[in-house]
Design a protein around this ligand. Structure first.
Ligand code: GLC
Length: 746
């Protein structure tokens, strides 16, 4: 439709018709048999008319289902306005990729863009229009269960991935291949106090703008057409009611004119937050704050009509919101073709195809992080030794994390199957050894969400069998980890250790005094102090997705050389949290303070250093860094500095290295981090090969929110550091001369 036709349509709509466009309900309201609808309908307190005419639906999947629903909607809808179909396609649609924290560990935005494009393709031919992804919340606290959905703790790296996701999903908006990206959760949801889900977020505006906001902006700069509000408060106001966030920053400063949807029930929760005395006030606050769609409550449906009748300003805001929703439907081409890319035959060919699964295996390979490899125990090669594959993750299809809803879940190859394929079956002894997690924990903690696997085995027998296998084998591989519902939404933990039942099992195997290769599955950085001591080799596998088992075997055999690097710090223990690499020096740095050690910034019962730092990961080969050089020692706005370093593969395997560049601003009008990631390059070197890696340092890289809150650089001394992770770095110095920086007004 042309834009003026959209405006004409808007003017034809009654107030009720307009309000319906701002309602989003879940699939449960649109089943065939009516009593199901009555149940949720009564619970939500929403009229049947509103259900019938809702402008969008979330989490219905499948081309045929969505074609049927759209047909029913158009038949019922007086103005033949097509519905929007949205879903959580977080790390894949049917072919599941590693969880985003694993995608972040690839440090490969090009590959992640390919994975997003495959997810979009599978979704588009299945009739989907919009994904609630990418989640770009910056995270520094692994107690929070949703760190698994983030690409990590660094705003620069998160911004690079935000762009990759959006470009992968949206492409050139081809109806048969692309879907709209809905960025979330705006904003700051990743910093809940205590790491406790939905808890208060409170920080300075400087911290907020410097670290937490950039990735949302990067996603919008990449063209994302939709944004979702977050559950948390920002500066004492829930994001869903925050005019500062959603109008001042999002629409005025950033110029975003796309659709803003609330998170699930967040409009209704304004009453629980205590900023609305009733739902009518909640509706008013959300509409004034610029929330266009009310996800899964009846607050807009039951209150906007009376509100706009009383208040002309609200009536105008209603029109503004409805216009954005109609424009989004128009951008998707739904008025011309309400079924867009939905095609049952094509869906059967594209979805979960071998080609897509091959990409999933490659992405999973690059997401795995080798954290220890004592005495080069890995890779195993194509050994014919006797292998004991033991642990709760040895034989499960549950390798995709909490936000995967693939109907092909049961076709996920297990580690057992992948081992049988890679090594001869008679040489592989498999036993889960112990349950994933204590039974009462399952019952208490997960309720009906994702029915957790029941342990249908005799625990004593299985434990003994696993110990026997470990005794008999030449090689022991332990596949352990959190239950996948110990992370994700509602998965905050006060501890970061493996389930106790598994730690007991590991101790028993360790008592055999044989080398152990550990593969850990988790949705977060865990406290792996014990396992780091107990295992001779240690791989962090995250939840690696549909082809994760095969990818793990590719790494264990050496078919693929591990290249993953942590995008989130692994703490030494939970007491250090929140912990992140780009910390401030403090006035009493442990390293070089004039005070006695007791009176420096430290713990008396734990180190300051994490167990594994940001950017860390090992390879089967070794990369040597030398010859760090700067093109000049001074830079100004006009002329940047070229910095180069030589990297040599001094080992015996071809390998990929992520060369990381960090900067430090030694003196600023506000304290500046001891280092900040500003660039990285991935190179592949064969044994003996060297390459000179060149970076440009620009004045833009030196900008920050200064004391006057202006985003600009300041003249002075800087360190440039290059290396294989955020700690193992070579350093050089340079100066930004006065004319480049915007001088502080005297
Ligand atoms: C959830 C999540 C959000 C998700 C939405 C729809 O509560 O917070 O990330 O996209 O509801 O499922």
């Amino acid at each position: 439709m042309k834009n003026n036709e959209i405006h004409n349509l808007l003017n034809k709509l009654s107030v009720k018709d307009k309000i319906y466009q701002l309602i989003q309900l879940s699939g449960q309201f649109y089943q065939q048999d009516d009593e199901l609808v009555t149940g949720p309908q009564q619970k939500l307190g929403i009229a049947a008319e509103a259900i019938k005419n809702a402008g969008s639906v979330l989490n219905i999947r499948g081309a045929q289902e969505l074609i049927n629903l759209q047909k029913r909607n158009l038949e019922n809808s007086e103005h033949a306005i097509p519905m929007l179909f949205m879903a959580d396609i977080i790390n894949g649609y049917e072919t599941i990729f590693p969880i985003p924290l694993g995608l972040g560990a690839t440090w490969n935005p090009g590959l992640v863009k390919e994975a997003a494009a495959v997810s979009a393709h599978e979704a588009a031919v299945s009739g989907m229009h919009i994904t609630f992804s990418p989640m770009v919340d910056l995270v520094r606290d692994p107690r929070w269960g949703r760190v698994m959905e983030s690409t990590g703790e660094d705003s620069f790296l998160n911004s690079v991935f935000a762009q990759a996701f959006v470009e992968g999903y949206q492409g050139d908006m081809n109806p048969d291949k692309n879907i709209v990206a809905c960025v979330k959760h705006f904003a700051g949801y990743g910093a809940p106090e205590g790491g406790r889900e939905y808890n208060t977020v409170d920080m300075s505006e400087r911290t907020f703008r410097e670290y937490y906001l950039p990735a949302y902006k990067a996603a919008l700069d990449a063209g994302a057409k939709m944004m979702m509000t977050s559950f948390n408060t920002v500066d004492g106001i829930p994001a869903t009611a925050s005019e500062w966030l959603n109008r001042t920053i999002l629409r005025e400063e950033w110029g975003f004119n796309g659709v803003l949807i609330s998170d699930y029930a967040a409009v209704k929760e304004l009453k629980d937050h205590g900023v609305a005395r009733d739902f009518k006030e909640a509706a008013k606050l959300a509409l004034k704050a610029g929330v266009d769609i009310d996800m899964m409550t009846s607050v807009y449906a039951n209150n906007l009509e009376s509100l706009v009748a009383e208040d002309e300003e609200l009536r105008l805001l209603l029109d503004e919101a409805v216009l954005r929703v109609l424009q989004l439907k128009n951008e998707l081409g739904l008025f011309e073709n309400p079924f867009r890319g939905a095609d049952v035959e094509v869906e059967n060919v594209v979805v979960f195809s071998d080609q897509n699964r091959e990409l999933a295996r490659k992405v999973a390979q690059e997401s795995l992080v080798l954290l220890k490899n004592a005495n080069g125990i890995l890779p195993l090669g194509n050994t014919d030794a006797k292998i004991a594959l033991i642990g709760p993750y040895a034989d499960t299809t549950s390798l995709s994390g909490m936000w995967s809803f693939s109907s092909h879940q049961q076709e996920t190859p297990t580690l057992k199957q992948a081992f049988f394929e890679a090594f001869s079956e008679e040489n592989v002894l498999v036993s889960v050894g112990c349950p994933m997690i204590e039974a009462d924990f399952l019952k208490d903690s997960f309720g009906s969400y994702h029915t957790a696997e029941s342990t249908s085995f005799d625990e004593e027998q299985e434990f003994a069998r696993a110990i026997d296998y470990a005794n008999e084998a030449d090689i022991i591989v332990m596949a352990v980890g959190e239950h996948h519902l110990q992370s994700g939404e509602g998965g905050s933990r006060a501890q970061l250790t493996l389930p106790e039942i598994q730690k007991t099992f590991i101790k028993a195997v360790k008592a055999l005094n044989k080398p152990i290769i550990g593969v850990v599955f988790s949705g977060r950085p865990l406290d792996l102090r014990d396992e780091f001591q107990q295992f001779d080799a240690l791989i962090e596998a995250w939840y690696p997705g549909t082809e994760g088992a095969g990818a793990i075997v590719d790494i264990l055999t050496g078919k693929a050389n591990p290249s993953g690097r942590l995008s989130m710090t692994f703490p030494y223990e939970v007491g250090q949290v929140p912990i992140h690499y780009n910390e401030f020096s403090t006035g009493r740095p442990l390293a070089d303070s004039s005070h006695s050690k007791r009176f420096t910034s430290r713990y008396i019962d734990a180190p300051n250093k994490p167990l594994f730092p940001f950017g860390y990961g090992l390879s089967y080969t070794h990369f040597e860094y030398s010859n760090l050089k700067l093109s000049q020692k001074q830079m100004s706005e006009k002329s940047g500095i070229t910095v180069s370093v030589t990297v040599k593969n001094s080992g015996n395997y071809i390998g990929k290295e992520t060369v990381q560049l960090y900067l430090r601003d030694l003196v600023g009008s506000v304290v500046r981090p001891v280092k900040e990631l500003k660039a990285f390059q991935q190179i592949v070197l064969i044994p003996g090969e060297s390459q000179t890696v060149v970076f440009e340092i620009t004045e833009e890289m030196l900008r920050f929110h200064r004391a006057d809150m202006k985003y600009a650089s300041e003249p002075g001394e800087f360190h440039v550091m290059i290396g294989r992770n955020s700690e193992d770095l070579q350093k050089a110095e340079f100066t930004l001369t006065a004319e480049a920086g915007v001088l502080i007004e005297p």
